[in-house]
Design a binder for this molecule. Sequence first.
Ligand SMILES: *[C@@H]1O[C@H](CO)[C@@H](O)[C@H](O)[C@H]1NC(C)=O
Ligand SMILES: *[C@@H]1O[C@H](CO)[C@@H](O)[C@H](O)[C@H]1NC(C)=O
Ligand SMILES: *[C@@H]1O[C@H](CO)[C@@H](O)[C@H](O)[C@H]1NC(C)=O
Ligand SMILES: *[C@@H]1O[C@H](CO)[C@@H](O)[C@H](O)[C@H]1NC(C)=O
Length: 647
Amino acid sequence: MHYVASGSLSLGSLGLLRLFGASWSWSLAVGLGVYLGTGGWRYLYVVVRTAKRDINGLYVLLRVKLALWLHIRNGNTIPSIFSKTVARHPDKPALVYEATGETWTFSQLDQISNAVAHWALSQGWTSGDVVALFMESRPLQVALWLGLAKVGMEAALINFNLRRDSLLHCMGVSASRALVFGAELADAVSEVSFSLSETMVRFSTGDLRPDQMAALKCHPLDSILASAPRHPPSCTVSKGFSDRLFYIYTSGTTGLPKAAIVVHSRYYRIAAFGYHSFRMRPDDIIYDCLPLYHSAGNIMGVGQCLIHGITVVVKKKFSASRFWEDCIKHNCTVVQYIGEICRYLLSQPVRPSERQHQVRLAVGNGLRPSVWEAFVERFGVKQIGEFYGATECNCSIANMDGKVGACGFNSRILPNVYPIRLVKVNEETMELVRDKQGLCVPCRPGEPGLLVGRINQEDPLRRFDGYASQDATRKKIAYNVFKKNDSAYLSGDVLVMDELGYMYFRDRSGDTFRWKGENVSTTEVEGTLSSLLGQTDVAVFGVNVPGVEGKAGMAAIADSTGNFNCNSFLKEVQHALPPYARPIFLRISPCVDTTGTFKIQKTRFQREGYDPRLTTDQIYFLNSRVGRYELVTEELYNAFEDGSISL
Ligand SMILES: *[C@@H]1O[C@H](CO)[C@@H](O)[C@H](O)[C@H]1NC(C)=O
Ligand SMILES: *[C@@H]1O[C@H](CO)[C@@H](O)[C@H](O)[C@H]1NC(C)=O
Ligand SMILES: *[C@@H]1O[C@H](CO)[C@@H](O)[C@H](O)[C@H]1NC(C)=O
Ligand SMILES: *[C@@H]1O[C@H](CO)[C@@H](O)[C@H](O)[C@H]1NC(C)=O
């Protein structure tokens, strides 16, 4: 019995319990013996520090599970839950469109989505048909997918930043019967118009001239909806909580976007998990400036409107300069963010409005510790609700108690209540490390590992609905993870857990490079450089230099002013970063490419490297002998390439 032999403490506690002569104490003693024997007082310390957090987490989990169970038992769907919300307060504002100030009450949103349902039926579409929605964020987008769901149809929510091949790809994988696009995207549609299937009927919303409509062969949706009936559609669909609601495209780190299936229960779960984890209230007003084609904007944000009856302000596009004014104007109490948004807000000049708002809670993900504290302090937002969870994964975690930098936690006391784990992985290939039995190796605190979630198709909290593509689904599932013959979802993200069970984000795979025998984290260096430069956009990546081991760090820095000073920058870098992490190459660019959600895109920069012939941007290299950055000319570039100058 290893637990008896493992330490005098456990022997002592066993002896003590024996003295009382109670046989019931045997199992308790075994438990205590194991705990005390394997780290004794540290364990008690962990229990004391985390019991309150864990009880709260357990309460949230049970509430969401109970609600899910009731909805399944009662045969509910998102539209039927929404109709109960409407009945509670038909005249309360549901969605406010920031761009026009237009407000839809719950009953108006209900009626417009009914009109959508009638339009869909009149087209002869049926349950299971898919319609692609391609438009900038607006309340109509919500009415469209909700209306389609009322008659059992599914929307494919397409990223409005996509063009050409990736746009065609997304429409293709969803097998859409029709396309509804916003007038603002007419050019993007016309670019792919000839490659679109003739059978895909097109509708536009917004102002297009008759000649534009004719060229794009589209029908005006707004006038069709205006004349459609407003009463609930008569057809009854036999859709349930486990059926498909819509598709969201997730951008992997590699390859084209994948269509993730969102079923009704998943929509409910994400929204309810956020609502309870962060203690939102029915009278909150949410400022939603995230795109509605992602789950953060459309589920974590809009879901609070449909399910919990919260008013949501929909912003067409994020604006750093308008952010706090908008919150004041609409009396918002909750804002949504992604880390980059917080950084942009911090880079704004100080305005009185930034402290005159009533925002109590900011919900989102990707807030780095350096930005987190500055954000809380400067803007006076009391609570940060950081969470982690991909649209399609069942392994969401949330930071419910505001621990700075953590994206969530798992209980150390009862780790099996929520079956997520960090398991060892080869961070370069992202292959799972297996033990002799072929099972995965769990990480200890402090050891980075891949976040995986056990799959249990019976439990809606832990279902995995996969992607529209079977092949994409297969790649995200591993077998024999926790025990033989089980299966688990692979999140693809590497996290670290501390002793108390708080989880911290590590870089996405591929975000480190080796230089001088050290692993350089690009996100860490980006964070440091960006805060040195007043939170400007910075992209850091490694580039190959012939004849040199590892990769040399390169930073692309956005500078629209044109007076970037390399040498004062270098002085600050020398204070802030260890020698191996300092960028060897700099590229000063008027702007840095970002995705629709402001994630910095490095692929182009990485491809172009430090070759001055490929760009008009200035490229510098750190000459460590003289301790300053020097312009990379074509001659210097050639000298690097043929190895006549070494770094
Ligand atoms: C915001 O709150 C104030 C004071 O309660 C109220 O007068 C105002 O009408 C509200 N504004 C909006 C847009 O609801
Ligand atoms: C993760 O997704 C899989 C796929 O269905 C599911 O079986 C599993 O229970 C989920 N795990 C968690 C922790 O939600
Ligand atoms: C796993 O599945 C195999 C094949 O279906 C079966 O023979 C084996 O007994 C199972 N093992 C466990 C531990 O369930
Ligand atoms: C760098 O990362 C590799 C691969 O993950 C690892 O094997 C190595 O120990 C790390 N080196 C340092 C210095 O952290």
